[in-house]
Design a protein around this ligand. Structure first.
Ligand SMILES: Nc1ncnc2c1ncn2[C@@H]1O[C@H](COP(=O)(O)OP(=O)(O)O)[C@@H](O)[C@H]1O
Ligand SMILES: O=c1ccn([C@@H]2O[C@H](COP(=O)(O)OP(=O)(O)O)[C@@H](O)[C@H]2O)c(=O)[nH]1
Ligand SMILES: [Mg+2]
Length: 192
């Protein structure tokens, strides 16, 4: 049974940055759904490359069958780990239902880390991210924020209702955000 922590928040809220630090220090394996999709987009012979690229440029969400299989394969390939940080997923109802169907009995959601950050700061961060991404531009970001507000925030609300969400405000400097995130993980692992 894979132990999973979903890491959610608007684009630019710091999910990848924080997950990398957690992976380094707390023995969780970081799986960025976005990175897995970008790798699949480039993979020689992938039948989903064009579909993934159009969703990424559009800030829309790739069908869960594709993303969930990439995540499950990555967890299988990773071998034993204290847990998996599933970064940037689930992003909508289709993702959540698809995960529940495909991963039922195979994964346990320990909790959901929600990095909350004002949108203008998020946009600024993405525009300065400098990773040469095809979706870090004004046009794509506008759509990504709309997708986040319309489709992803309701998923966060769902996890809040089931008392699985742990919110950390992430407009502060990385070290301050990370210190609070460590406390959330320590608290969650104490309860195990
Ligand atoms: N707390 C923070 N303060 C300032 N910049 C940050 C902070 N967290 C992340 N960043 C920067 O903002 C950009 C987006 O961070 P990233 O971790 O990629 O966010 P996400 O994965 O949520 O899109 C990166 O350039 C990163 O270095
Ligand atoms: O589970 C996922 C994760 C990402 N994406 C797509 O990949 C893009 C980039 O996601 P990522 O998490 O890398 O963006 P970030 O929030 O880190 O800026 C999203 O806008 C979506 O188009 C998706 O469709 N499903
Ligand atoms: Mg990211």
């Amino acid at each position: 049974m894979h132990n999973v922590v979903f890491v959610l928040g608007p684009p630019g809220s710091g999910k990848g940055t924080i997950c990398a630090k957690i992976q380094e220090n707390l023995n969780y394996v970081h799986l960025s759904a976005g990175d897995l999709l970008r790798a699949e987009r480039q993979r020689e012979g992938s039948e989903f490359g064009a579909l993934i690229e159009s969703h990424i440029r559009n800030g829309s969400i790739v069908p869960v069958e594709i993303t969930c299989s990439l995540l499950e394969n990555a967890m299988k390939a990773s071998g034993d780990a204290k847990g998996f940080l599933v970064d940037g997923f689930p992003r909508n109802e289709d993702n959540l239902q698809g995960w529940n169907k495909q991963m039922n009995g195979k994964a346990f959601i320990q909790f959901v880390l929600f990095l909350s950050c004002p949108v203008p700061i998020c946009i600024e961060r993405c525009l300065n991210r400098g990773q040469g991404r095809t979706d870090d531009n004004e046009e794509s970001l506008k759509k990504r924020v709309e997708t986040y507000n319309q489709q992803t925030f309701p998923i966060i609300e769902h996890f809040k209702k089931s008392e699985l969400a742990r919110e950390v405000k992430s407009e502060r400097p990385v070290d301050e955000v990370y210190a609070d995130v460590v406390n959330v993980f320590n608290e969650a692992n104490k309860q195990k």
